[in-house]
Design a protein around this ligand. Structure first.
Ligand code: NOJ
Length: 512
């Protein structure tokens, strides 16, 4: 058994702290940090590890259980960290290995675990392997098939002028795909996992977890009406073997470590396969079917019921509404409407599963404005609007940040002191999850509700209702008292058989 600080359970001076135990990730709340944009400790305009340490007090106050950091490893930053040039180092903009150790131990003192981003599908073309270990990558003498790059949409094959051969890049040309059929690649990555886990890291978010293995014969992807079906360039069944081996590796640690996968699969039964038998592959996978569903009650509840039907017993979905690729849910789902954004938070935090908030979700942060001359992203359209800095104070709290911070109307300082704010709402909701075991572990069952509303019970003791429509509506069969509502003045109200909801309103009701 291998050990580390990843299992530290409680912190001095805190209130109700994360549930302990090896399965903290089932009941807990994850929080995604885009390090360059979260908090800057040295005033150079780039967020860093020291900045995260400085904000641990805030994260503890918010009540989250673990942070996932987007890549912190050295990178030429063609794709902002997702082009890794050294898997066991730290990008100098962000700090040092000593800062990682400090973050892990300071976070553990506050009951917070640290998950890192693992990028196993591809490296940077500046990684020494690309020059020294040709056999680590996928090559062909001629362009062998119709595979297309996700970035830019052109061929996924690029000519390496020195070698006169083509290499595969499912993303940017500067991100050559690794050849996961090569056992040496597997061995290298086992070492990389252990390197970080031995430092006390609680686990990994796995980038592009569905794509590691490519078809051995490099067959053409089938052409569909509007593009290609990625059944040979990605989504190969053999990828599951790799995930199973990593799960075994993580389970051998004490406490066991956690794998959260970016398995970008929107077909729910296919996505559920990433959980294996329930406890031998990913611990959690982001639910992209929900992410990409329109924000209406019908669409969302049908994803949730498909998810419930597809998951192995006891497995649970990881619910997200925002991340550094897809945009912020306040903009994407809610058109900027703060009341609707509270409904989104309500459902992410009360469905059966593990929520993962993206930094800023807790204040209903909307996408930022990035003028064309400030764009840093490699993709078109750029993902920069959801990567702008965290507004800590009414003036931002940043000096000349790497991406513009234009709107600080919603900021942490103001919202922290305001009992009516969305931040207070989010914090109270996270706290409520801790005190109502049904919200953590109770079974999900959909209840009758008018078309634009959605109602479900968690276990026997809790009912959650939300109205995503433009008209008031009545939910029948609700008895109990409102423990928490998006309109805070309703808390403590009783419902006897019927609960009326205003448009964009939701509530958690305790039965009895
Ligand atoms: C998914 C990551 O979330 C995204 O930011 C990145 O560009 C691609 N994978 C390629 O690594």
């Amino acid at each position: 058994m291998e050990t580390g600080t990843a299992g530290v359970e409680s912190s001095p001076g805190s209130g109700v702290r994360p549930p302990g135990g090896a399965s903290w990730w089932r009941e807990g709340v994850l929080y995604q940090i885009y390090p360059r944009s979260f908090a800057d400790s040295d005033g150079d305009g780039i967020g860093d590890l020291g900045g995260i340490v400085d904000r641990l007090e805030y994260l503890e106050w918010l009540g989250i259980d673990a942070v996932w950091l987007n890549p912190i490893t050295p990178s030429p930053n063609v794709d902002w960290g997702y082009d890794v040039s050294d898997y066991t180092g730290v990008h100098p903009d962000l700090g040092t290995l000593a800062d990682v150790d400090r973050l892990v131990s300071e976070a553990a003192r506050r009951g917070i675990r640290v998950l890192l981003d693992l990028v196993p599908n591809h490296t940077s073309d500046r990684h020494p392997w690309f020059r020294e270990r040709e056999d680590f990558y996928v090559w062909a003498d001629e362009v062998p098939n119709n595979w297309r790059s996700i970035f830019g949409g052109g061929s996924a094959w690029a000519l390496d002028a020195d070698r006169g051969r083509y290499y595969l890049h499912n993303f940017a040309p500067e991100q050559p795909d690794l050849d996961w059929w090569n056992p040496d690649v597997r061995r290298e990555f086992e070492g990389i996992l252990r390197f970080w886990l031995d430092r006390g890291v609680a686990g990994f978010r796995i980038d592009v977890a569905h794509a590691l293995i490519k078809d051995r014969e490099l067959r053409d992807d089938p052409v569909t009406g509007d593009g290609l079906r990625n059944v040979y360039s990605m989504n190969r069944p053999e990828t599951h073997e790799i995930l199973r081996s990593w799960r075994a590796l993580c389970d051998a640690y004490e406490p066991s470590r956690v794998l959260v996968g970016e398995a970008f699969v929107t077909d729910v039964p296919d996505w559920a396969r990433f959980y294996g038998s329930g406890d031998d592959e990913l611990n959690l996978a982001f639910n992209f079917a929900l992410v990409h569903a329109p924000f209406d009650a019908d669409s969302l509840r049908s994803v949730v019921s498909a998810t419930e039907a597809a998951l192995p017993d006891d497995a649970r979905s990881c619910w997200v509404g925002s991340n550094h690729d897809i945009g912020r849910m306040t903009t994407r789902w809610c058109g900027g409407d703060e009341a609707l954004a509270r409904c989104a938070l309500l459902l992410l935090l009360t469905l059966r599963g593990t929520p993962c908030l993206y930094f800023g979700d807790e204040i209903a942060l909307a996408d930022g404005h990035v003028p064309p001359e400030r764009v840093r992203d490699v993709t078109e359209p750029s993902r920069d609007p959801c990567r702008t800095p965290m507004p800590w104070t009414p003036s931002g709290g940043w000096t000349d940040p790497w991406l513009p911070l234009a709107d600080t109307t919603r900021n942490i300082e103001d919202e922290r002191s305001d009992p009516e704010s969305t931040l207070t709402f989010t914090r109270d909701l996270i706290a409520l999850r801790r005190v109502l075991p049904d919200l953590q572990a109770g079974a999900y069952r959909e209840l009758e509700a008018p078309r634009d509303a959605w109602a479900w019970e968690r276990g026997s003791g809790v009912v959650v209702v939300v109205n995503l429509g433009r008209e008031p509506c009545d939910i029948d069969g609700v008895d109990g008292s409102i423990a928490l509502a998006t309109s805070r003045t309703r808390e403590g109200d009783r419902a006897s058989g019927r609960l009326r909801l205003a448009p964009a309103e939701g509530a958690v009701v305790r039965r009895g």
